[in-house]
Structures are given as C-alpha cells and as structure tokens.
Ligand binder design. Structure first.
Ligand SMILES: CC(C)(COP(=O)(O)OP(=O)(O)OC[C@H]1O[C@@H](n2cnc3c(N)ncnc32)[C@H](O)[C@@H]1OP(=O)(O)O)[C@@H](O)C(=O)NCCC(=O)NCCS
Length: 134
C-alpha cells in the first residue's frame, strides 16, 4: 500500500462509484478541485482510496474520503487519514475538519476528531461537522 499525490481528475471515478453513484458524473467534480491537494492509496498500480484536502489559512478541510467497496474494512482510509493529519501538523495548521456523514461519526472519533454538532442535510444525507485541533 502506497500513498501518493494524485490529480483531482483521478479522484472522480471513485467519488462517483462509492459516494454518489445515483448522481451524474459531473456531480462529484468540485469547483474547488483545482485548488485542492489530492491523495490516493495505491495497491500495486490500482487506486483504491482517495481524499481531497483544502487549506484555508491555518485550517484544512478534507472532503470525499472514499475507498472502493471491495477494499473497505482493511484500514486503508485510516492510513490515509493519519497521513493527512500528519501533513497538517507538518504544515503547522491549527485545525482539520470535515463534513462527516453522521453514520461515519464513530470512524472519525477514533482519530481524535470531535463532533461540533453543527448538522445539516445535503442530497438526502445527514452530515455533522467533525474537527480536530492540532
Ligand atoms: C468511510 C470509508 C472511507 C472508510 O474506508 P475504509 O478504507 O473502509 O476505512 P478503514 O478500513 O480504515 O476503516 C473502516 C472500519 O474498519 C476498521 N478497520 C481498520 N483497520 C482494519 C483492519 N486492518 N482490518 C479490519 N478492520 C479494520 C476501522 O476501525 C473502521 O471501523 P468503523 O467503521 O467501525 O469505524 C469507506 O467506508 C467509504 O468509502 N464509504 C463510502 C463513502 C463515505 O461514506 N465516505 C465518508 C464520508 S463522511
């Protein structure tokens, strides 16, 4: 398993397939993608997990963390999350946050992230903002 920087366009297939399969392909292409840092986990040459990071001042938001279904539950996204938290520390950022699907809250809590209880609904899914102060 190897984590590499990737282009935004390399994230789109997994974003679409894993997160929003019922939406058109364009739905997962973000206006902000060009300004993001994108990372992927490769098993051999196969891209299996992705995340996109957006830095604003001394904060980083990560978005669209997803692992191909057949590779889930093996600790792959956990590695990716640890990688970006370390990156944020190296960049001396103060906070990392994400809009988490509420059913994924306990996953993020394992990394020391806490629920801000700022909740919202988007495209029929419930989200809460999770954050960690570094
Ligand atoms: C959420 C998501 C990114 C997690 O990816 P993943 O690669 O399966 O993540 P991990 O394998 O690191 O962790 C998943 C679970 O396996 C557990 N796990 C970690 N290492 C493991 C290992 N070596 N063996 C077995 N299980 C392990 C984790 O503790 C975690 O448990 P939890 O779900 O009860 O918290 C993935 O399920 C996904 O893409 N879901 C659809 C998109 C989505 O919901 N994205 C998040 C939006 S907030």
């Amino acid at each position: 398993m190897e984590i590499r920087a990737i282009k935004a366009s390399q994230t789109w297939t997994i974003r679409h397939e894993v997160m929003w399969p019922d939406k058109p392909f364009e739905f997962v292409q973000l206006a902000e993608d060009d300004s993001g840092l994108h990372f992927g986990v490769f098993i051999g040459e196969k891209l299996v997990s992705i995340v996109s990071c957006f830095i604003d001042g001394d904060e980083m938001q990560f978005r669209k963390l997803a692992t191909l279904e057949e590779y889930q539950g093996k600790g792959i996204a956990s590695e990716l999350l640890r990688f970006i938290l370390k990156l944020a520390k190296e960049k001396e950022l103060k906070k990392v946050w994400c809009n988490a699907r509420t059913n994924k809250k306990s996953f993020y809590e394992k990394f020391g992230m806490s629920d801000t209880h700022k909740i919202f609904t988007k495209s029929g899914k419930n989200f809460t903002i999770m954050e960690i102060l570094l």
